[in-house]
Design a protein around this ligand. Structure first.
Ligand SMILES: [Zn+2]
Length: 168
């Protein structure tokens, strides 16, 4: 039950984030955020790993299913192929819509884990989680996607004004 209520709460926070921060996604788009988590394939291993505390060997398949069905994950846009006999990762440019949904997702997680909505000066979750969630995420994004991401974050008043000023 804990897992189910977490997913529903998360989806609610995503809907609120879209309106609160003016991300401009359609209601349908935010409503179907993470809907695939309700599939048997994703739900059971996800619940076991995060809510029952044991590492379910099916979790990797659950994650692959999730990221392959949800554009808001940068991994959705990473193509694996072979170049000159070597494994090659090609970073495709994320669409604006996917990036805006990803931001809603992060805002929702910030609300869940820090109990407050992020503001310009209080967006630590994004910069500090896991020793730098921001950096880790950007490794999987093309330059154009990063540019788009940063542009949107600035436009909704959530990032870097201070940092950018310091750089100048
Ligand atoms: Zn997701």
């Amino acid at each position: 039950m804990k897992c189910l209520s977490y997913i529903i709460r998360h989806k609610w926070y995503v809907i609120v984030a879209n309106y609160k921060y003016g991300l401009g996604l359609t209601f349908w788009r935010v409503l179907k955020h993470d809907m695939s988590k309700f599939t048997f394939k994703e739900y059971i291993p996800y619940r076991n790993k995060f809510f029952k505390g044991y590492s379910d060997p099916r979790y990797i398949e659950s994650w692959l299913h999730h990221k392959n069905h949800n554009e808001h994950h940068p991994a959705y846009w990473c193509d694996l192929n072979v170049k000159d006999g070597e494994l090659n990762v090609e970073l495709r440019d994320m669409s604006y819509t996917a990036i805006r949904e990803m931001i809603c997702d992060w805002i929702a997680m910030c609300k869940e884990f820090t109990k407050s909505w992020p503001t310009e000066n209080k967006w630590d979750w994004y910069y500090k989680l896991d020793g730098g969630f921001e950096k880790k995420t950007k490794v999987m994004m093309s330059e154009k996607s990063i540019e788009r991401l940063e542009g949107i974050l600035v436009s909704i008043g959530l990032t870097g004004k201070e940092k950018q000023l310091k750089k100048l």
